[in-house]
Structure formats: structure tokens, C-alpha cells
Design a protein around this ligand. Sequence first.
Ligand code: ADP
Ligand code: TRP
Length: 319
Amino acid sequence: MAKKILLSGIQPSGKPHIGNYFGLMKRIVEYQDEYQVYFFIADYHALNSFKDKETLKSNIINIVIDYLAIGLDPKKSTIFKQSDVSEHAELAWIFDTITTMPYLERAHAYKDAQAKGKEISVGLFNYPMLMAADILLYGTELVPVGKDQEQHVEIARDTAEKFNNKFGETFTLPKSKIAEIPVIHGTDGRKMSKSYDNTIPLFSEYEDIKKIVMSIVTDSGEGKGEGKPKNVYAIHNLIRPSSDLDPIYESKKGKYKELKELLIEDLEKFIAPLREKRKEFEKDIPRALAILKEGGDKAKKIASAKMDEVREKIGVKVY
Ligand code: ADP
Ligand code: TRP
């Protein structure tokens, strides 16, 4: 039986943290055996928050290395860059023409930006159309995303339905795979996020792990949880099961420094091999880029066949 198609995109927006890893990255690697995985770097999406050319370039290169280091495997999965497959932008345009402004005005990303009084580019407003194209070009059935992206997958599904109704059966209707993506909390107990400055970078050096862990807010609950630093425990629990941790936290009640020291050692044990792997891949950047380019060629073949079908369906294909 053919494997189901699963697609995931990630914006090249800087160093990943363990929230990204335990939320999404680790699962993508695991999915490779069960699904046919398409994994791409959403560099055109990233233009909506463009800083400068050199940062974008190095973020793209770094994110390929990050994912290769954690075990994304070009023999199993198609790994590529959105801008290498121009069909994404082309299909997004076609979707623009069958989508109304009021429909897109309901999208959270747009509404949030508007509520914050930000200047909103047409690109940000249209973002869900480009994301729909990303997903639909490959016959994707499953899209693993966090809660923040769920609505975008629903928009992709609606758009596929709308297109199919108007022009005939063309696109598979995708589903999000959200139940499996937990929210990981940061050093202050809020959702771990670069924008809150509460992260533990995934490939941290030992000295940085020490500094960050020592800065974890040790706010323990009253009553039952008293003496148990819940932010320290939550991070610890990502790498060691409760059955291991509970007796330790019970016997070291209130001894925050000791518990943090133990967390530092456990994090180092977990991070060190990943950090070393990353260093290996970093030594051969041309190889990483060749993987990305080859993946782009493979993805392009699939996407261009789909676009051909789309052109035929909408009536612009005259030869
Ligand atoms: P950040 O909030 O740090 O900027 P990104 O928006 O770059 O993170 O997230 C990239 C991916 O990782 C997204 O798919 C998002 O759903 C997932 N992710 C981000 N933060 C977390 C978290 N704290 N827990 C689980 N998944 C997360
Ligand atoms: N919008 C996603 C994010 O910001 C990235 C993304 C772009 C994506 N296209 C996608 C994710 C298609 C899944 C499928 O995290």
C-alpha cells in the first residue's frame, strides 16, 4: 500500500529551541518511516518578516543543517526550499482569484497583526493562500502543525474544496495532525518562543545550558506541588519520564539548586550528541546544499505535473 503523504514547512527564522524540537522537529523525523514526507523551507513566507539578505541566506543554510543533524534523511524524504519550486507562488495566485477578501480577513495571523496596529503587507494578508499552495501541490493528506497553524490548514482544505467544486476534482483535502503536537513551556512557564526570550536553544553549548537553567523561574505551586519547581520539572520531563523524576523531586523538595544542577547534566547528555552531529554537518555545507537542491528538483517534477493539470482545468492550456 502506498504511504500517505505528509508535508511540513518551516520558516527559516533562526536557531531552533527545544520547544520546536519536542513540538514538531522530532516528530517529523519519526514520521519518515510511516509516511512519505515532504519537508520544505518556507523562504518565501519568511519574506513577510525579512530582516536582511545575509541573515535570510544564513538562516536557510542553518536550518537545513539543523534538520539533517536531528535525522531528517534525504533517502527517505524530499527536502527542499520553497523558492526552488516556482509553482508554489503560481498556484497561490490562482487561489487568490477564487478567494474573497472577507474570507481571508478572518485569518488569525492577519487579525492579530491588525489588532497590534502593525503595517500589514499584501503578502501577510495572502499568506494562507501561499500555504494552501504549499500543501495542495503534493497531494498532501496530513500536515503536522501546532495550534497556531491549525487555521491555515483549514483554509487550505476549504480552498481545495472550492477549487474542486468550481473546476472539477483536482486536489486531495488535507487534514492537520494537531493532536500529536504538544505545546512546550519555556523557562518562565509561558509557551517557549523566541519572541518571549524564554528558550533553550536545541544545539546549546554546555556553558549556555548552565546559564539558562540557572535562570529558570522557580515558581512552585502551593499545597500539593509545594517545593517542586514546576518550570524546572516540566523541562526535565521532556527528557526523563515522570517515573524517574517523581522520587527525585520528592526527596529534593525545596532544593532548587540541586534540582537545576541535575537538569543541567541531563540536558547536556541529551543535547551533546545532537550538537556534535550538527558540527559534523556544518563541516560540509556544500553537501547539505546539494541535498536541498536535489530535493528541489524532485519536488519540482511533482509540482509542475500538478500545475499542468491545474492549467488544463482552469482553461488556460491551449497546447
Ligand atoms: P517561535 O515561537 O520560537 O518563533 P516558530 O514560530 O519559529 O517558533 O515555530 C516553528 C514551529 O515550531 C511551528 O510549527 C510551531 O508550531 C512549533 N513550535 C514553536 N514553539 C513551540 C512550542 N513552545 N511548543 C511546541 N511547538 C512549538
Ligand atoms: N506557516 C508555517 C509556520 O509559520 C510554515 C509553513 C508554510 C507551513 N507553509 C506550510 C507549515 C505548509 C505546514 C505546511 O510555522
